[in-house]
Every structure is written in structure tokens, then in C-alpha cells.
Design a protein around this ligand. Structure first.
Ligand code: NIG
Ligand code: FE
Length: 418
């Protein structure tokens, strides 16, 4: 948590002077900026900013942005970056014609990752997850949520959650933890799913809570996984321990997952590739953030979520990566923003708000992240001066972020010119 004055900022983006919670509907087009600016970070937090022409001389560390553009860092509210092994064989199986659901039904998918998780050591898991965390920081992410869910037994779920706790303690960026014991029904419970749900509620949740290992509880409420009724049972039990709901819903089908999340006052319902009008209507007027993960639809070759319709009907939308070994092996939020524009017809301002302020809301971090605002963390990234905001999603796959500052500390400095 350092002091830093950034000078000669060509454009300071997403500058706000009041707390707005989340942005919805037409508000998602608002993208306030200041040109020719400076930004002062004191003890890691944004203390002040203003016009270069009005900057008074001062001592202390200075970073000259050389006309580059400064943005609040990405807030990635949905990842699974603790895993034991990649799953590119399933990727090849899909190229050969199998679907994600067929692979899962054959014992692949999440159960494949759970088998590998069972034998991995905590140290191995920590080291590989730490590398992935480093990778996403390099790409501009400054706050992230990480889920368990490849354990599927008390012992393995606790192992995953302890790894996330170590990441939290050692990482410069903020991390929120979500318990996802209800990610899949393990093979040994296939004929007795009620028993696995009992284990989650009566054995896992109390232990996770007593060791204070999770902020939130997730359930994969979808076709072939958990039903809305099972989801509500688990989320109600979690809420007794103070864990809010953040769930997977409507990825594979319209199964009532969104309504289950809303009924449990979920902080977010995530995926939403399969939506109908009733699910969209259920979200209206609630505090539940619809969180879209276009990297998943891209990688699995599925329909994309109806972001355009949702925003046009007045809803907020957040964007997240879903970084995981099965459905989305990438935590590149710049690419997520590109996909949102290209495949879901979100406008650049909408996509940028969705990946910053609304992502922060989906982790209850909106008072600390998501905009350039006094008192928020000085966690920003810098790009060269660009021709317009739209250049970011337009230049898909380009690595435009050359510097990342985390809580006032220059953490990433890439050497290249664009
Ligand atoms: O968000 N959909 C459920 N869970 C993950 C994928 C898990 C996996 O395939 O490993 C997701 O896509
Ligand atoms: Fe996910």
C-alpha cells in the first residue's frame, strides 16, 4: 500500500464522485472521463485527482504516464482458478463432436477435475493457482472471486478453500471466496443425491463456516446438476451461516435457476446463456446482479446470453471470466469485454462498466473498486493513448495493458510500444 502520483495521464477513465451501487439499463452507457489529468494515490487509496494544468509541485514517487490512458482495474467476480490439471482432452473430444453435457454424463467434466483434486497436495494447488493469479494481474485484474467446487468431499473442499485463504493472505489483490460444494453430484451419490445434499448442509457448511473459509455459497443450478428446490435448500442453509448466494444458473437450460437465486436474494446469478422472458422479468427490481460469462459460450460453442435485451429492459449486467479448466480456460478480461461487444452486442461503455463497477458490486466491493473515486483503492491499469474507448474491445486479442498498479504499487510493467 504505497504512495504514487501518476502524471501526464492522457485520459483518466471512469471517474466518479459519488457512490452509485450498480449501473443498470441506460446508465451503463455513462463513462465519465477527464483529459490531461493526474491521479494521487496515498497509502494505496485514491486521495485526489485533477487537471495537469492545476498540479502543484510536490515530493514523493511519481509515475509519468506519458499521455497513456488510466482505467480502474478489472473486477472479475467469477472464477475457479484453483484446479489440479488442465482438461484439453475434453476440448479435443468436443471438436470430435461430443457436447459438454455428454462429457459430464460420462464422468468427465467437473468429476474429472474432482478426481485430480483428490490426490493433489495443498502446496501444488497453491503454486499453480498463484501463477494463474499472477497471470490475471498481468492482464489488469485487481479484484477477483475464486470458488471451490472441484473437491466434492469435505476433505477436498476444505483443501481448496484453504488454498484460496493462502492466496488471499499472500496476494496483493483482493479476493472473495465462494464455497461450491454443490458443483456436481459425485459418482458414489448418483443413486442417492439427497445424501450428498445432506453432507453439504450438515457436514460441509458447518465446517466451512466454523473455519471462516468462505464469503459466499454457490450451487450449479442447471439441467443435469442441481434442481431449483435443492438449490434453495442449500442456499437457505448457507444463509444461516451468513454466506450470501452467488450461483451458477441457466447455462445449460431454462430450469428456474434465476428464480431460485432471486428467491434467495442472491448477490449474483451467473451464466444465463439460456434465458426466457420469465427469468428476465424475475431479475427486475431486485438487488441480484446478472453476471454474464461470454468466454464460456465462446469456448463451448453455445448461444450467448441475451445481454442486449436485458440492458434494453433496464437490467444491470456484470461481466466475468469464469476462468476454469473445463469450460473457460482463460482469465483475460479484455477478451471478455471484446466478446461482450462482438457476440452480445453490448456497447463498449456498457461492457467496460460491466467489467468494473458492476463486477465490483457482484463481490460487494463497489465501495472499494470499479471506478476512479476518492477513497477507493488505487488499483489501475495503463494503456497507450488510444483513438477511442471502442479501440479496447475492437482490438480483440491485443495486449493493450502495459502497466498495472495495485494499491499504489507498480506491479506490472511490460516493455513494448504500440
Ligand atoms: O462455470 N458450469 C459450471 N461450472 C463451471 C465449469 C466447471 C468445469 O467444467 O470444470 C462453469 O462453466
Ligand atoms: Fe463457473
Amino acid at each position: 500500500m504505497k504512495d504514487l502520483l501518476i502524471t501526464n495521464i492522457g485520459r483518466l477513465h471512469q471517474v466518479r464522485d459519488h457512490q452509485s451501487g450498480f449501473l443498470s439499463g441506460t446508465q451503463m452507457m455513462e463513462w465519465p472521463c477527464i483529459d490531461h489529468a493526474w491521479l494521487r494515490i496515498r497509502s494505496g487509496k485514491i486521495e485526489s485527482f485533477g487537471l495537469m494544468a492545476e498540479l502543484l509541485p510536490e515530493t514523493g514517487p511519481v509515475l509519468d504516464a506519458e499521455g497513456g490512458w488510466v482505467f480502474p482495474g478489472w473486477c472479475d467476480s467469477h472464477t475457479h482458478i484453483v484446479f489440479a490439471a488442465s482438461r484439453e482432452q475434453e476440448f479435443v473430444d468436443r471438436i470430435n463432436g461430443l457436447t459438454y453435457e455428454q462429457i459430464a454424463a460420462n464422468g468427465g467434466g467437473i468429476l474429472n477435475s474432482a478426481a485430480k483434486m483428490a490426490t493433489a497436495s495443498e502446496d501444488e494447488l497453491f503454486e499453480s493457482a498463484q501463477q494463474r493469479l499472477q497471470e490475471i494481474i498481468q492482464r489488469g485484474t485487481v479484484a477477483v472471486e475464486i470458488k471451490s467446487g472441484y473437491g466434492l468431499s469435505l476433505e477436498s473442499e476444505l483443501k481448496m478453500l484453504k488454498v484460496i485463504k493462502r492466496l488471499k493472505e499472500s496476494s496483493p489483490i483482493d479476493i472473495k471466496t465462494t464455497f461450491l460444494g454443490a458443483h456436481a453430484i459425485p459418482l458414489q451419490y448418483k443413486q442417492n443425491r439427497e445424501e450428498y445434499i445432506r453432507v453439504i448442509i450438515e457436514e460441509m457448511l458447518p465446517e466451512v463456516a466454523s473455519q471462516n473459509l468462505a464469503d459466499y455459497c454457490d450451487v450449479f443450478c442447471d439441467r443435469g446438476f442441481f434442481t431449483p428446490e435443492e438449490t434453495i435448500l442449500i442456499l437457505n442453509a448457507a444463509s444461516n451461516y451468513g454466506m450470501k448466494a452467488k450461483i451458477h444458473a441457466n447455462e445449460l437450460g431454462v430450469t428456474g435457476g434465476v428464480q431460485a437465486g432471486v428467491a434467495c436474494n442472491a448477490l449474483s446469478v451467473d451464466h444465463l446463456e439460456s434465458m426466457d422472458q420469465a427469468a428476465i422479468d424475475a431479475l427486475k427490481g431486485t438487488n441480484t446482479m446478472p453476471t454474464l460469462l461470454p468466454g464460456t459460450a465462446f469456448f463451448l460453442g453455445m448461444e450467448f446470453a441475451p445481454a442486449r435485451q436485458m440492458i434494453d429492459e433496464g437490467l444491470p449486467v456484470a461481466l466475468a471470466s469464469d476462468y476454469n479448466p473445463g469450460s473457460t480456460p482463460s482469465g483475460n478480461m479484455s477478451f471478455v469485454v471484446s466478446l461482450a461487444c462482438i457476440k452480445m452486442k453490448m456497447l463498449p461503455e456498457e461492457a467496460m462498466n460491466a467489467a468494473t463497477i458492476n463486477g465490483a458490486y457482484a463481490m460487494e466491493l463497489e465501495s472499494q473498486y470499479g471506478s476512479i473515486q476518492k477513497g477507493k483503492w488505487g488499483s489501475v491499469f495503463i494503456t497507450p493513448a488510444l483513438t477511442s474507448l471502442a479501440y479496447i474491445p475492437y482490438a480483440f486479442g491485443s495486449d493493450l495493458i502495459h502497466s498495472v498498479i495495485v494499491k499504489g504499487e507498480l506491479t506490472v510493467k511490460k516493455q513494448y510500444n504500440i
